[in-house]
Design a protein around this ligand. Structure first.
Ligand SMILES: Cc1ncc(COP(=O)(O)O)c(C=O)c1O
Length: 388
């Protein structure tokens, strides 16, 4: 069944959409929250005569609600949910055919790099990594057969900002190619890539959208009906669908996305102040810093600068020691939840990019700044740095 953005929600502000788009009271019972439709199949009145749902891989009302809400948040006509961010990416990449080329940013989530290079590479898709902060050079060096450009902004873990409109205008010179933007770090609250010319937006909803470290999921938004048809076909034909409980948990997280993001951003700004003045920190990567190379683009396309902060410590050993030296910041992979996390990307989330053009510096530490009291977070990080 079609999973399209809710027309009624189009006039609403972001937080109203987050709470109400696709989430009307359930008509049979009046339940105010969208129920968990924990069923694998749906009764039919007569052969082929049914409520719009036949089998839960093909469609489930809890999933429809999630898809509608997230499409509304991206201001998109269509939204399709998947079992993980990588399953969502996989569905998009299946638009490509053997012999096609994909250009990816030279700074991106390691799992995305692994999927493109090790899975789609084996299926005959060629790839190259490009510095997408220089869109003009992409225009000059446009590789033959490029059908897709894949940008993450801000990037994981280096917080590089890519000017979406500038890259989109280069891609638009090649009507056979599409621009995909991974909006996981910014969320639709801070940035809506379709409005800046992207063709497809992808999320790991595991992160800020779910927001509570309790569910893995992925989502794709687009305004193109042929891309939507492809995605729903893959969703059903391949079957990497989120279960109803996962959809429910994600939808529950979505309701507070805006208020959480505001707090993530203000807490991050305070930690950046601390890091910027600490003698053991050699550089701080956060787009809110006026000297950050992407600060101008971030101001143009983002509402605020996000809750992810990376910093360098000069040596791998120091980065390891800080990562293991905090108490409130939990040493863990993933990001975007209410609790603060710390990690060493080179040895953890981005290990799969080692030795590639996407390898990350080994003295890098990444923070996912949570929504705890900022004073407690600052004290914790300071004590870990002071021990170096
Ligand atoms: C920017 C980004 N995109 C995609 C993914 C993949 O999402 P998932 O882990 O939900 O498959 C991640 C995971 O860390 C990520 O950080």
């Amino acid at each position: 069944m079609a999973e399209v953005g809710n027309d009624r929600s189009r006039g609403w502000g972001f937080d109203t959409r987050a709470i109400h788009a696709g989430q009307d009271p359930e008509p049979t019972t009046g339940a105010v929250t969208v129920p968990v439709f924990q069923t694998s199949t749906f009764a039919q009145e007569a052969v082929g005569k049914h409520s719009g749902y036949e089998y839960a891989r093909t469609g489930n009302p809890t999933r429809t609600a999630l898809q509608t809400a997230l499409a509304a948040l991206e201001d998109a006509a269509f939204g399709v949910s998947f079992a993980s961010g990588l399953a969502a990416e996989d569905a998009i990449l299946r638009l490509l055919e053997p012999g096609d080329h994909i250009v990816m940013g030279n700074d991106a989530y390691g799992g995305t790099f692994r999927l493109i290079s090790k899975v789609f590479g084996r299926a005959g898709i060629t790839w190259s990594a490009h510095d997408l902060t220089d869109p003009a050079s992409l225009g000059r060096d446009w590789p033959n057969n490029t059908k897709m450009v894949w940008a993450e902004t801000p990037t994981n873990p280096l917080l590089t900002v890519i000017d979406i409109a500038a890259v989109a205008s280069v891609v638009a010179q090649h009507p056979e190619a599409r621009l995909v933007v991974d909006n996981t770090f910014a969320t639709p609250y801070l940035q809506q890539p379709l409005a800046h010319g992207a063709d497809i937006v992808v999320h790991s909803t595991t992160k800020y959208i779910g927001g509570h470290s309790d569910v893995v999921g992925g989502f794709v938004a687009t305004n193109e009906s042929d891309v939507h048809d492809h995605l729903t076909f893959i969703q059903n034909a391949v079957g990497a669908v989120p279960g109803p409980w996962d959809c429910y948990l994600t939808l529950r997280g979505v309701k507070t996305l805006g208020v959480r993001m505001d707090r993530h951003c203000t807490n991050a700004a305070k930690l950046v102040e601390l890091l910027s003045s600490h003698p053991k920190v050699t550089s701080v990567l956060w787009p809110g810093v006026a000297t950050h190379p992407g600060h101008g683009a971030a101001r143009k396309q983002m509402r605020d600068f996000g809750g992810m902060v990376s910093f360098q410590t000069g040596t791998r050993d120091a980065a390891m020691r800080v990562s293991e030296g905090t108490e409130l910041f939990t040493l863990a992979e993933s990001l975007g939840a209410v609790e603060s996390l710390i990690e060493h990307p080179g040895a953890m989330t981005h290990l799969s990019a080692a030795g590639s053009p996407l390898e990350v510096p080994d003295d890098l530490v990444r923070l996912s700044v949570g929504i705890e009291d900022s004073a407690d977070l600052m004290a914790d990080l300071k004590q870990a740095l002071d021990q170096l």
